[in-house]
Design a protein around this ligand. Structure first.
Ligand SMILES: [Zn+2]
Length: 478
């Protein structure tokens, strides 16, 4: 087996990527470009061929006149309501009417000209932020003639639904502020002036013209739907796309034209919080585990293979993706370019978060979608000393395979793909995802497992089976 760099060297990469000079590795702060240069330099120093792949990230900025008034009660954007990323830019004024899911309004005509209110039921398990149905439900309200739609989400349960995580984070931030913490460790992950493109959840299949927003459960409790109070919801946004880039490193195979093995990880994080007392420059999202650790694994495997004297039997592509947190934009651009890839893509291993939770535990998603690639990953991770789980807390990780990270666009492009992850942890997507909480032993062990999997895949003769479009349900999903 090729030899990996030391734990200390891998940890250095995590610290470098998580440092304030990387500005939270966001396209918005310019930090993503600094991180991309860092990765490109590392690839070149290992002798890899490097290509940049630019892409555009659609983004919308929320304008100041975005507001929600219920009766005479104004709700502030970011404080207790949040427009959905794919909301129409429009004004809705009308009575609040319980939506179809509430079953109070059996007569859908009652929705004509009204603002529909739907409570998003809390569901067990994680990853409801990827709820695929919210966007389609909003379209259904539009089709029924509603002027707008409000989804009320349980702010105390981050798994409550859709992009309710926004609202819930904000409520926690408010709670934290009340406790004297200037910004809350769990601050809202976005500049409250920005909206759009932040979600990995599916967007509506058709444009939504009506305004759509989330209301926190706490705010939702303040109004009585059965009284049908008058409300005004105005969502005003303008398009403001961002530029992103992928950094693609390549090691050639001994036989030209063979399909390549892809190892990928996203390098972007959430940037900086808006300035606040105590944090005049904004508070940093270091994104240490998510996903500096994955990039450290990618660089270590590249290092090991680049220094190994034996020829690679297949080319290996090391894809460092940007724009993941904003909606898998880097991997989408890469997947779109796969048909032009000489020899094609044999399979892909995506590493997203590799440093937290028990040292000997690792999660693997994709078994139902690419079982033979998953079998190679599982065997390699087990040989590295991991107990490999595909179910966590009663939740089949394959349910989150859809849209969960960069493997998804590759899967959709027909590349058999799996996700290797330590799985979510409490500080994920917050300023508290710091390098001191990362286990260098675990990162190194993930690299060992992933290196073995990549190595095995390069030595595989026959192609893997075509990926399957499995349907794995969220808990509680019908
Ligand atoms: Zn991630």
């Amino acid at each position: 087996m090729p030899v990996l760099p030391s734990r200390a060297e891998m940890l250095d990469d995590v610290y470098a990527l998580a440092s304030p000079s990387m500005k939270g590795r966001a396209e918005e702060t310019g930090g993503a470009a600094i991180a991309a240069e860092f990765i490109e330099r590392r690839f070149r120093s290992l002798g890899l061929t490097v290509e940049r792949q630019p892409f555009e990230i659609p983004r919308r900025r929320l304008l100041a006149d975005t507001r929600l008034e219920i009766g005479s009660d104004p709700l502030l954007p970011g404080a207790n309501f949040a427009p959905l990323t794919w909301s129409g830019s429009a004004l809705a004024a009308g009575p609040l009417v319980p939506g179809l899911a509430s079953r109070i309004c059996g007569d859908s005509k009652g929705l004509l000209g009204a603002i529909a209110v739907e409570r998003v039921p809390a569901a067990p398990g994680m990853f409801r932020t990827l709820d695929p149905t919210l966007a389609e439900r909003a379209l259904a309200y539009q089709d029924l003639g509603a002027a707008g739609v409000l989804f009320v989400a349980d702010s105390h349960d981050p798994s409550a639904g859709g992009e309710a995580a926004w609202a819930s984070r904000l409520d926690e931030r408010t709670e934290a502020r009340l406790k004297g913490e200037p910004d809350g460790v769990r601050g809202w992950q976005r500049d409250r002036a920005a909206v759009g493109a932040q979600s990995k959840a599916p967007r509506p299949s058709r444009p939504l013209r009506i305004p759509a927003a989330l209301v926190s459960y706490d705010a939702g409790r303040r109004f009585d739907e059965s009284a049908r109070p008058a409300a005004r919801l105005r969502v005003a946004v303008e398009d403001e796309p961002l530029a992103g880039t992928n950094v693609i490193g390549m090691l050639p195979g001994a036989f030209p034209g063979k399909a390549a093995v892809i190892l990928c990880a996203h390098y972007d994080s959430h940037g900086l919080q808006p300035p606040s007392p105590g944090y005049p420059a904004g508070r940093l999202y270091p994104g240490a585990c998510d996903n500096a650790s994955g990039i450290a694994v990618l660089l270590a495997v590249a290092d090991a293979l680049a220094h190994d004297p034996r020829p690679l039997l297949r080319p290996v592509i090391f894809a460092a993706f940007g724009g993941e947190e904003l909606g898998l934009h880097g991997s989408r651009a890469f997947a779109a370019a796969i048909p032009g890839l000489r020899g094609g893509a044999l399979c892909a291993f995506n590493v997203d978060m590799a440093a937290r939770h028990e040292e000997d535990q690792i999660s693997l998603a994709g078994s139902a979608f690419a079982s033979d690639v998953a079998a190679i990953a599982r065997g390699s991770l087990e040989a590295a000393g991991f107990k490999v789980s595909t179910v966590k807390g009663g939740f089949n990780l394959d349910a989150a395979f859809r849209h969960g990270s960069d493997h998804w666009p590759l899967h959709q492009a027909g590349v058999p793909s799996v996700l290797v992850t330590c799985s979510r942890f409490p500080e994920c997507d917050t300023p508290a995802d710091t390098p001191d909480l990362c286990s260098p032993a675990k990162i190194h062990r993930v690299a060992q497992g992933v290196l073995a999997a990549v190595w095995a895949a390069t030595r595989r003769q026959e192609p893997f089976a075509q990926p399957v479009d499995a349907v794995v349900k969220y808990p509680g999903e019908k």
